[in-house]
Write a protein that binds this ligand. Structure first.
Ligand code: PLP
Length: 383
């Protein structure tokens, strides 16, 4: 039989999904505490669910305008105005997508020609690499500095004539790192100097425990910036598949062509739910973020003085744990942690070589289970 497309040859399955599968397979000596999943352990708030029901029951079940219902685009634009002081044209500079991931995929398709390079910082979310490769591009990873801090001083070493964009995830999945103003100024300056696009994935912008500065605030890069964001994390809406892109009309209009021929539009009910998410009470977002912060603090203090060091995250619901004391080979850390402690995590190496001594813990379990995680990690290794 004829071979499938070459572009699939280097695509890898998602490491977090593989580990989740490994947990289901069973055969574990301890009851496994699963910290692999990148989704909130909260349900979507009731008023948001009700908005979807209302939309469905009132017959708003057809295709919508491809770029998203105008009310939602206006709500997104208003949100950026009130939260970040940024003005945008809702009809020309915003497109609603079926999840942030799909929006990012569109963007890479819109930007990359075969052989073009995109700069990324290690450690970074698994899917960027594969999205870039699927579109014939090449990811160029800047290794992290100490404690997985993005090493912006090395970016220029990785810029070549083929570089097309810098992709910044802020706050970062998996480390929870938040870029400082001066770091963002430096990066935006480089984008101007080398004529590069900036893709800013700010999907965790609401789950922050310290000052967060959106790249949308940087006037100097307005014509070369696209921000990707969505509802999955802040509003616990991962299954609704709803996100958006905000950027210059020149880019959004082209992304819109890809979207028209790929998905037509995001699901209508999800769009009406997202509208109420933005327009309604934000109390649940604040409550969830408070809980994530409490969990973060609990883990940081609980794991102090253990053979494992947690890199304190300033945002997201993830945390990177240095497990080099396990003494196993790179790529075997998550498996070793699972066997010895019954804790399922994602191996650091899947986020880049810089994180080979780490695993990612998703702090999406209640206090009781996290207390059990701490207790197990404080105990003497028994495998
Ligand atoms: N970007 C990052 C950094 C993520 O961690 C995720 C999900 O894990 C996404 C994007 C995808 O979000 P969505 O559910 O909106 O597609």
């Amino acid at each position: 039989m004829k071979l499938l497309a070459h572009r699939l040859e280097h695509i890898m399955p998602s490491a977090s999904m593989s580990m989740a599968q490994r947990v289901i397979e069973g055969g574990h000596t301890k009851k496994v505490i699963d910290l692999t999943w990148g989704q909130p352990d909260f349900d979507t708030p009731d008023h948001i669910k009700k908005a979807a029901f209302d939309a469905i029951l009132s017959g708003r079940n057809g295709y919508t305008v491809s770029s998203g219902i105008p009310e939602l685009r206006v709500a997104i634009s208003d949100f950026y105005k009130s939260r970040y002081g940024v003005s945008s044209d809702p009809m020309k500079e915003i497109i609603v997508t079926p999840g942030t991931k799909q929006g990012l995929m569109y963007l890479v398709q819109a930007i990359v020609n075969p052989g073009d390079e995109i700069i990324l910082f290690e450690p970074c979310w698994l899917s960027y690499r594969d999205m870039i490769l699927l579109n014939g591009g090449l990811p160029r990873f800047v290794p992290a500095g100490k404690k997985l801090k993005p090493d912006i001083s090395r970016i220029e070493d990785f810029i070549s004539v083929k570089t097309k964009a810098i992709l910044i995830n802020n706050p970062i999945n998996p480390s929870g790192y938040i870029f400082s103003r001066s770091e963002l100024e430096f990066i935006t300056g480089l984008a101007e100097k080398h004529d590069l696009y900036i893709i800013a994935d700010e999907i965790y912008d609401r789950i922050v425990f310290t000052e967060f500065i959106s790249l949308s605030k940087f006037e100097n890069i307005r014509d070369r910036l696209i921000v990707a964001n969505g509802f999955s994390k802040a509003y616990a809406m991962t299954g609704w598949r709803i996100g958006y892109l905000l950027g210059h009309e020149r880019i959004i209009s082209k992304v819109s062509l890809i979207h028209q021929h790929t998905a037509t539009c995001a699901a209508a009910a999800s769009q009406y739910a997202a509208l109420v998410a933005l327009r309604g009470s934000q109390d649940s977002v604040a409550a969830m973020t408070k809980t994530y912060k409490e969990r973060r603090d609990f883990m940081v203090s609980g794991l102090r003085d253990t053979p494992f060091t947690l890199v304190q995250p300033d945002g997201t619901f993830y945390a990177m744990l240095d497990v080099s004391s396990l003494g196993v080979r790179p790529g075997e850390n998550a498996e070793a942690l699972l066997r010895a402690y019954g804790i399922a995590s994602v191996d650091g190496i899947s986020y880049g070589q810089s994180a080979k001594d780490y695993v990612r813990l998703s702090l999406t379990k209640d206090k009781k289970q996290l207390a059990e995680v701490v207790e197990r990690l404080r105990s003497v290794r028994n495998a």
